[in-house]
Write a protein that binds this ligand. Structure first.
Ligand code: AMP
Length: 279
C-alpha cells in the first residue's frame, strides 16, 4: 500500500494505472475509519483492479459553528486498517494543496443541498460536492463508493455526476450498524456511555416506522409523529429533522407508496447523528 500526498503525483499514478487498463475504485473518507468505511473498501476491491482511499477532513463542508479541527483523527490506525483490507493507495492531500490561496470555485447542489441535512447545515453539501468533484478530477476513478448512511450525500453526488457528464459509476453500499442497530459513524466516538446507550433508540424508531408502513400506514405525518414520540422518550435528544421523501428525487410525498426514504438527524448532547431506512 502506498501513501500519496501530492494531487499531481496522485493524478500521475492513476493515469499510469489507466494506461495499463487497470480499473480504479475510489473511496472518499474523512478518516477515523470503522467497519462502515472498510465495507466500502471491500466493495471497491471486489469491483476494481486497484483501490484508492482518500482521507481528507474537508474544511469547506463544516459550518461556522462546526470545527473541522476537532473532527476525530487516527491516521496510524487508519493506515493499519487499510493495509489489512488490501487498499492499494491512500491519498492524503494537505488542506493547502486542495484549497490554495485564492481558491474560488464551488459546486452548488441547488435545492437538493438545501433540504434535510442542508436545512441546518446550509453550505455543507456545497463543500461535499466541491471536494468530491476535485477528488474525482484528480483520481478519475471508474467507480466511486459511497455509504447509504449518508443517503442525501450519495443522491447529490449521483446528480452531480449526471449533470456534469462525469464518466464515473456510483455504487451505494448499505449502512453498517453496531450490534444494537446504531449506524456506525466516526462521530459515535463523541458519545458518553449514557448517550451511546440511549442512541440505540434511533434505529429502533426506524424499524418501528417500517413496521407501521408494512401494516399499511400511508400518511407520512403519522409515521413522522410516531418516530418523534419514540425518540423524545429518551430525554437526551433534540430532533433536527425527520422526513419521509421520494427515494429518487428526495421530493416530499403526501402518501407513502412504493420505495420511500425515511431519514432523520438528531442531536444527543452536542453530537449530531443521522440515520435512514428505505421502506
Ligand atoms: P466519512 O468519513 O464520514 O465522510 O464517510 C466516508 C464514506 O463512508 C461515506 O460514503 C459514508 O457514507 C460512508 N460511511 C460512513 N459510515 C458508514 C456506515 N455506517 N455504513 C456504510 N457506509 C458508511
Amino acid at each position: 500500500m502506498k501513501t500519496v500526498s501530492s494531487p499531481e503525483k496522485m493524478s500521475a499514478v492513476c493515469f499510469a494505472l489507466k494506461s495499463k487498463n487497470q480499473t480504479i475504485g475510489f473511496v472518499p473518507t474523512m478518516g477515523a475509519l470503522h467497519e462502515g468505511h472498510l465495507t466500502l473498501v471491500r466493495a471497491a476491491k471486489r469491483h476494481c483492479d486497484k483501490v484508492v482511499v482518500s482521507i481528507f477532513v474537508n474544511p469547506t463542508q463544516f459550518g461556522p459553528n462546526e470545527d473541522s479541527k476537532k473532527y476525530p483523527r487516527n491516521l496510524k490506525k487508519d493506515c493499519t486498517l487499510l493495509k489489512k483490507e488490501g487498499a492499494d493507495f491512500i491519498f492524503l492531500p494537505s488542506k493547502i494543496s486542495m484549497y490554495p490561496e485564492g481558491y474560488k470555485t464551488f459546486i452548488e447542489a441547488a435545492n437538493l443541498g438545501k433540504i434535510m441535512c442542508g436545512g441546518s447545515r446550509p453550505d455543507h453539501f456545497r463543500g461535499v460536492a466541491t471536494i468530491v468533484a476535485k477528488l474525482f478530477n484528480i483520481i478519475k476513478p471508474d467507480i466511486a463508493f459511497f455509504g447509504a448512511k449518508d443517503f442525501q450525500q450519495q443522491a447529490i453526488i449521483r446528480k452531480m455526476v449526471q449533470d456534469l457528464n462525469m464518466d464515473i459509476k456510483i455504487i451505494t453500499v448499505p449502512t453498517v450498524r453496531e450490534k444494537d442497530g446504531l449506524a456506525m459513524s466516526s462521530r459515535n466516538a463523541y458519545l458518553s456511555g449514557k448517550e451511546r446507550k440511549a442512541a440505540s433508540v434511533l434505529y429502533r424508531s426506524l424499524r418501528m416506522a417500517k413496521g407501521l408502513i408494512k401494516n399499511e400506514e400511508t400518511d407520512p405525518e403519522v409515521v413522522i409523529s410516531k418516530i418523534k414520540t419514540m425518540i423524545m422518550k429518551e430525554k437526551m435528544f433534540k430532533i433536527d429533522y425527520i422526513e419521509i421523501r421520494d427515494l429518487e428525487t428526495l421530493g416530499k410525498i403526501r402518501k407513502i407508496k412504493g420505495k420511500t426514504l425515511i431519514a432523520f438527524a438528531a442531536y444527543i448532547g452536542k453530537t449530531r447523528l443521522i440515520d435512514n431506512i428505505i421502506v
